[in-house]
Each structure stands twice: as C-alpha cells, then as structure tokens.
Design a protein. Structure first.
Length: 206
C-alpha cells in the first residue's frame, strides 16, 4: 500500500493526551467494554465524541448520519429496534472505514488447581464472588481456645483466632495463634465449637 510511517515512543499518559487532542496522522489503540451495552463500543464512532482534547473517537470520524442513528438507539428501550439502528450505523461505518481492525485479544488467567467456580467476564473485570478455594488436603488437628467471627459455609467452618492453640498430629506441631489468624476447618469434627470457644478434634486444610 506504500504507507511509510515513522515509529516513536512516548509515555502512555502523554500518548493518550496527544491522540485525544488529534495530534496524530495515525495511532494504535484498543478498547475493552465496561458494561456490555452496545453503546459502550459504538460511542467510539460518534460525532459527539470528536471534541479536541477529550475525544474517544480518536479517528475524529464525523458522520452526522451515524451519530443520529446512535442517538436514536440510546433513546429507545426496544432491544430489537436498537439492534436495527446499530446495524444500520455499522453498515455506514464499514463503508467509510475510519478504523482498521488488527486483532482481538484473548483473556488468560491462571489459578491454582484448588480455585473453583471463577467465571471470566467479557468486560475484562474480575468478579470473585462466585469463586471458592477448595482445600487440597486436610490434616487432623486438635484445636482449643478463644475464637471469634465464627461462620458456617457449606462443608466448612471459618473463624478467627483470639487465643487459639492448634496441635497437628502428623507431622506433630504445636502453635498458639493470637488475634487475626483465620482458620477454615471441616464440619466433620468431634468436640465443641461455639461462638467464642473451640475444643475439638477436627480436620484443617494445608
């Protein structure tokens, strides 16, 4: 295509400032949606996003017909009507070709094998509330002393040590934990576990 370019590097904040101000013949940027709504992507083509200094539409693509379609899509709650309006806008954008699309990024996350239930979100945000950590291995222990913050969750009981002693039998160890140390134990135990005290033979994850 006989396109000759000169590549130079600047810091990210300055780069964004310059492209938003239109100080570029060509630039490279990416986008990840924040909320899943089509407008969160289509706004990048809006004529009302071409303001020098704050432009999201860094191609400064100024097509009022497209903007009218985008504005109309925002003013209706009818999802089918919105889809038709965005489809019409995209046909115009495709013909005008203000952007050249190079790649679509894949998300990759790595967890330990005992992390279960995490669901990747297409917006790139990380929501951990459906995830849980499943203990890989349990050891038998004798725990006694004062506790607080007792919570029963599924097959496990969690609590925070106030002045709690823990004896692990194999291999043998003995430790005293003061306020702040958190414990998770199996509900399969022998003994007493109350809101403020524990005196039980149980299994703890390691």
């Amino acid at each position: 295509m006989n396109i000759h370019i000169e590549i130079y590097q600047i810091d990210w904040a300055t780069y964004l400032e310059k492209v938003e101000a239109g100080e570029h013949p060509m630039c490279l940027l990416g986008w990840t949606g924040d909320n899943g709504d089509p407008d969160n992507f289509m706004t990048l083509y809006g004529a009302n996003q071409c303001t020098i200094g704050t432009a999201y539409n860094v191609a400064f693509y100024n097509n009022t017909d497209v903007q009218d379609l985008l504005s109309a899509a925002l003013q209706t709650y009818d999802t089918n009507e919105r889809a038709l309006l965005y489809e019409e806008a995209q046909e115009i954008i495709h013909e005008d070709a203000p952007f050249v699309y190079l790649a679509h990024g894949d998300q990759h996350l790595v967890f330990r094998s005992n992390v279960k239930g995490f669901i990747m979100n297409p917006t790139g945000r990380l929501f951990f509330y459906p995830a849980e950590i499943i203990p890989n291995e349990f050891k038998t222990a004798f725990i006694f002393g004062k506790i607080t913050n007792l919570v029963s969750q599924g097959d496990y009981i969690t609590f925070t040590a106030v002045n709690t002693k823990v004896i692990i039998f194999s291999p043998f160890s003995f430790n005293t934990y003061i306020s702040g140390e958190k414990f998770c134990i199996s509900k399969d135990y022998n003994g007493f576990i109350g809101v403020r005290y524990i005196f039980a033979r149980c299994k703890i994850p390691i």
